[in-house]
Structures are given as C-alpha cells and as structure tokens.
Write a protein that binds this ligand. Structure first.
Ligand SMILES: O=P(O)(O)O[C@H]1[C@@H](OP(=O)(O)O)[C@H](OP(=O)(O)O)[C@@H](OP(=O)(O)OP(=O)(O)O)[C@H](OP(=O)(O)O)[C@H]1OP(=O)(O)O
Length: 324
C-alpha cells in the first residue's frame, strides 16, 4: 500500500512543523533477559548503526521547521502508518487493557512473542523512573529520569529520548545520553495547564514516536502525567483504541492530578487534525527527483539544440567537403 493511500485511509491530512535533532553514542548494558533480546532484535536491528552514531541533540520549539531535520524523519512512514492501521483494525474491541493495544510495528505480539505486559514483568522493578510504563515494546514513557534511574534506562538500550519539557537537566543527564549514543529530541513546550499541546508540536512528536527507526524510544516530561499522557493518548487514538480505554490509561498515570484540559484534549483530538503527517517526508524526495529529471532533460535539450545549430550552420560547401 502506498504511503498516500495509507494516510488517506487513516484519515490523516498534512502540514509541516518540527524542530532539530541530537544524537550521541550509546552503549548497551542490558539486564533484559536473552529471550527478550531475541524478541526485540527487530527493534535493535539498527544497533550497529547506532553505535557508530555521533552524539546529537536537538531542541524543538512549536515554531521550528521540520525541514531543518530531515534525517530524523526519513524513515518508512508507509510501514508505520500501515502498522497503525493494523493495530487499529485488530484492537478496536480490545479488552485486555490499554497497555497491550498499541502493537509494535513488527507485530511480534501476534506471533506469540513478548507483549508489553510480559516485558513489564521481565524488566527489573528496581531503578525505574517514577511513572514508568511501556506503551508498546520499544516505546516507553516516564517522568524525567534522575541519576539513580540511568542504570535502568541503560538496560532499555534506547535509541531515542523525546523530552517534552525544556528545563535544566538533572546532573549527568547530558553525559548519560552522550555515553549511550542516544538521539535526544527536546520539545520546548509549556505544561498542558498553561497551553494545550499545539497541533504542530504534536505532529513533530508523532513523527518521532511513530518512526520505528527511532525505537527503542523513551518519551517523558516532568512527571510523566500530563504532556506525556496527552501524547500517548493521541497515539492510542490513532491506533484505534476506544476513548474509554485511552482515558483510563491517561488517568492511571496522571492520578491524583488528572486534568480536565487533558481529558478534553484527548477526547477532542481527531486523526484529521494531523492529516498528511508524513507528506513532509515524501515531498522533498519527490521534489528532488523532479528537479533532477528536469535538469537532465534541460541538459539533453541543450545538447540537442546545439547539435542542430551546428548542422544548420554547416554551409553546402562544408557539407560537400564532409561528404568527400
Ligand atoms: O499543582 P499545580 O496544578 O500547580 O501544578 C504544578 C505541579 O504540581 P505540584 O506543584 O503539586 O508538583 C505539576 O506537577 P504534577 O501535577 O505533575 O505533580 C506540574 O505539572 P508537570 O508535572 O510539569 O506536568 P507534566 O510534566 O506531567 O506534563 C505543573 O507544571 P505545568 O504542567 O507546567 O503547569 C505545576 O504547575 P506550576 O507550578 O504552575 O508550574
């Protein structure tokens, strides 16, 4: 299925916003068991690539431009959107609880491999950041990690951290991120009490979170309640969760500070609000190919015209000489 078809089917529409990016080298000190390693190897298929990455870090603002960081978004949106659809179809009537309903792109869950719930049991309970949770295997959520959480987070072998708040980082956070080769994307945004997450910002966040090339990925804000809750709520809605389940999950993480504004934001969010989520990714490639083709055609035309001119400018005497 083509990207456009998939996007249309999802009812998405396009616009473009975004920000900048940061990457850094990472090491893997997994405490995740061997079985988990096997089951999640698809997520870590880019591990070698990650290890060779230079450390980068990017701050996004609501007004920043996606075009400034095309490499981050050059994944396979087609596949990700298809997976969203698949997840949506399979889980519209899901009843086993919200945590299991956003399936990972490779659908390991369907093949009987590890689920978010199982993964939750496998991961150590000690050292987790507060309000930690597994959105799907390969996508995690939490409060702002503190130094005592770094060991646990290291075991997740993260490729990307999406930080939904701009503030002074805890001690050693930068170094931790750099040491582990993690791509760090920081969104400079206000708390949801002060300002609902702008659609443009939400789109930039979704481009990161839905791009499996960025997985394993951790998304966090200050307390992992409101900003993170809204983002995960939107992801759940996109993947076809029923609103009741979406809000139950939001409340589970936000208690006892559930905000009506967040509930209204999640409730009112429509997939059409972020239509053409990936158009910005595909358009530049098309444009580039068009420019190349046009340039090539121009060169051929010039050569052809030049040759024609030379032929025309040949006098009868010169032509006769050429014939002889
Ligand atoms: O009590 P309040 O309603 O005044 O909210 C306080 C604070 O509560 P506290 O003082 O009891 O800790 C909130 O923390 P919790 O509710 O998560 O515990 C915090 O939300 P937050 O954690 O940043 O939200 P996320 O990281 O989850 O998105 C919020 O920041 P804003 O979201 O930026 O408004 C703060 O507002 P303010 O002081 O005006 O900056």
């Amino acid at each position: 299925m083509g990207a456009e078809t998939a996007i249309k089917t999802l009812g998405l529409i396009a616009m473009s916003e975004g920000g900048k990016v940061v990457m850094s080298k990472r090491s893997a000190r997994p405490y995740i068991e061997d079985e988990m390693e096997k089951q999640t190897q698809d997520y870590q298929a880019n591990g070698d690539e990650r290890r060779s990455m230079a450390s980068t870090s990017t701050t996004y603002s609501s007004q920043s431009s996606l075009e400034s960081s095309p490499s981050l978004h050059a994944a396979d949106p087609e596949r990700d959107v298809e997976q969203l659809q698949l997840s949506s179809q399979k889980h519209r009537t899901f009843t086993n609880g919200p945590r299991d309903a956003f399936h990972p792109p490779n659908n390991d869950l369907e093949s009987g491999s590890i689920s978010a719930h199982e993964l939750d049991r496998i991961l150590p309970t000690e050292g987790r950041p507060s309000n930690f949770g597994i959105v799907v295997p390969g996508v995690y959520r939490s409060s702002f990690p503190q130094s005592e959480d770094y060991s646990f987070i290291e075991g997740l072998k993260l490729k990307t951290i999406v930080t939904l708040v701009q503030k002074e980082f805890p001690q050693g956070y930068d170094k931790f991120i750099e040491r582990n080769g993690i791509k760090h994307c920081v969104f400079d945004m206000k708390g949801t009490k002060k300002q609902a997450i702008p659609i443009a910002t939400m789109k930039s966040i979704l481009r990161l979170v839905l791009d499996r090339k960025n997985h394993p990925l951790l998304i966090h804000c200050n307390h992992g309640k409101h900003r993170t809750g809204c983002v995960v709520g939107v992801v759940r809605k996109l993947s076809g969760w029923e609103l009741g389940n979406v809000l139950s999950e939001y409340k589970k993480y936000a208690e006892p500070k559930v905000r009506d504004c967040d509930v209204n934001y999640i409730t009112g969010f429509e997939p059409a609000d972020i239509s053409n989520l990936f158009r910005e990714v595909t358009l530049p490639f098309r444009t580039r190919n068009f420019v190349r083709a046009t340039f090539f055609a121009f060169i051929i035309t010039v050569i052809w015209l030049f040759s024609g001119t030379k032929l025309i400018s040949t006098t009868p005497r010169q032509a006769k000489a050429l014939e002889e």
